[in-house]
Design a protein around this ligand. Structure first.
Ligand code: ATP
Ligand code: ZN
Ligand code: MG
Ligand code: MG
Length: 471
């Protein structure tokens, strides 16, 4: 596959790249490719929870869900679904030994799947192929934005859920439970607002407390992220040292005393521009003007006075707009959805064979997409209606959990052309060509829904007990 021969795989060609809760990623040292391998709980390491065929099916389901369902909802231009590959077991074993010591300790409650030999092969979005090795390496920024809207009061039992967003409440819960030492002041409603000031504010707080919502890569290497369990903030000075050369242009190059504040601010501005762009360059689309009024989180420290004057909303071709629209397929909130989940569950207990007709575990094909798109707005009491709402909810969950990767490739230097002159006069930011992708689009299992309800209850009650009172 793509310049690699599966039977000649050599672990020395691959290095540790990163991991999440469900998968571990290694990148090729030369080609712009990654392998994404499944993980499972360390307790099961001797005893894999599924057969090789089931692992293959699971990864094929991820590919199908991404290419047939999520890509339709989010926009093909942002999606790289990849392909399932079968790897030699000896290669996978050697690879897992090789990378083990680079894994963060707090992720080692899970182990990499070394039994199935199956993996997902994807383009490496942190080292885009368009970058020429002789030039300045691309900067790639990964943002896990989380849920960008408040649920409707119709379906929630606690008023607070219509005032404070899920992410902000969850922060209190995570700090109370020792997962993080400090609360992040990032609020997704600010990022999804489409208002440049609010977005700038949101990204600044992602930089200050990245947790698992923000990472920066330079030339394919992670140069900025949070270390979980550590008391220290990530090294902002080190980041500024990396960023400075990218923002020494025009006026700044002449008097090279660009302050750190200005470097950071320019960086955030470029990132916000990329998030508002059409994804592959320019061309402004329509704007969702209703966007902003419905979405204010009372926990956000953004000073509401500052934005009273004018707001833009999100351009409809932007990555944030597409993600938000997909998240909003969760129309009932977990509380409103749960009775429908129970209806499906009950039906499946009575008629287990219906599981495949209702496509509970796939296949994730056009029929699945149609089921969730053609779902009627009225509940007719049928299991089909309930299943369609569950499908919608699961798709929304995936959109609430995905990451955005923004690749910034500095444009070639052309100091003496018109563009350069103009930039010098107007203090314009440097030109980057940007590309935007969405990653981590796995289907969320049907069975995870009861857990979602319990977690929701815990987060809300923790917030009502402690959070609202804190500054
Ligand atoms: P989560 O816990 O967020 O659900 P996950 O286990 O599903 O994560 P991913 O988010 O897909 O795993 O991958 C883990 C990390 O690996 C990502 O956060 C990203 O930094 C990196 N990564 C994943 N896919 C790619 C890719 N195609 N190119 C470059 N880096 C990638
Ligand atoms: Zn919030
Ligand atoms: Mg992820
Ligand atoms: Mg994931």
């Amino acid at each position: 596959f793509h310049g690699m021969e599966v039977d000649k795989m050599d672990e020395n060609d691959w290095k540790y790249h990163g991991e999440g809760n469900k998968s571990l990623v290694v990148s090729h040292v030369q080609l712009s490719r990654v392998l994404r391998l499944l993980k499972y709980p360390a307790e099961d390491s001797e005893n894999p929870p599924q057969t090789a065929e089931q692992a293959f099916r699971q990864i094929q389901n991820i590919v199908d869900f991404s290419s047939n369902v999520m890509s339709n909802l989010l926009g093909e231009k942002f999606i790289h679904s990849g392909e399932v590959v079968k790897l030699p077991l000896e290669f996978v074993r050697q690879l897992s030994i090789k990378i083990q010591h680079q894994r963060p300790a707090w992720r080692c409650d899970k182990v990499m799947d070394i039994y199935s030999g199956c993996a997902l092969c994807l383009p490496n979005l942190t080292s885009p192929a368009l970058h020429q090795p002789t030039h300045t390496p691309p900067l790639c920024i990964e943002i896990k934005p989380k849920c960008g809207f408040l649920p409707s009061p119709k379906h929630v039992s606690k008023d607070i859920k219509t005032k404070v967003c899920r992410f902000c409440m969850h922060q209190h819960y995570k700090v109370a439970n020792g997962k993080w030492k400090r609360r992040s002041l990032y609020c997704p409603l600010d990022l999804f607002s489409g208002n440049r000031q609010r977005m700038h504010f949101a990204v600044r707080h992602l930089v200050e407390e990245p947790q698992n919502n923000f990472k920066i890569f330079k030339g394919g290497q992670c140069i900025y992220s949070s270390k979980e369990g550590s008391d220290d903030s990530p090294d902002l000075n080190c980041l500024l040292h990396h960023l400075r050369p990218y923002f020494m242009y025009g006026n700044n190059r002449i008097n090279s005393h660009m302050t750190s504040k200005a470097v950071l601010s320019d960086f955030i501005q470029v990132l916000v521009n990329a998030l508002l762009s059409g994804g592959g360059g320019d061309g402004g689309g329509l704007t969702d003007r209703r966007g902003e009024s419905r979405s204010f989180c009372e926990a956000s420290l953004f000073n509401k006075e500052r934005i009273r004057h004018g707001s833009q909303g999100l351009p409809s071709d932007s990555v944030l707009f597409r993600i938000l629209q997909t998240q909003m397929l969760d129309t009932l909130d977990i509380e409103g959805l749960f009775p429908l989940y129970r209806r499906v569950e009950q039906h499946l207990q009575d008629f287990p064979k219906e599981r495949s007709r209702l496509q509970i575990d796939g296949p994730y094909n056009e029929a699945f997409l149609e089921k969730l798109q053609k779902c009627s707005s009225e509940d007719d009491g049928s299991v089909e209606y309930a299943a369609a709402k569950v499908h919608q909810y699961r798709v929304a969950m995936t959109a609430k959990d995905c990451s955005i990767m923004v690749a910034l490739v500095p444009s070639a230097e052309e100091e003496d052309d018109d563009e350069g002159q103009r930039r010098l006069r107007d203090f314009r930011p440097p030109a980057f060509s940007c590309s935007v992708s969405i990653l981590d689009l796995d289907p969320k299992p049907f069975e995870s829904i009861p857990r979602q309800l319990r977690l929701d209850q815990k987060i809300v009650s923790c917030y009502l007990r402690t959070g609202g009172a804190l500054p």
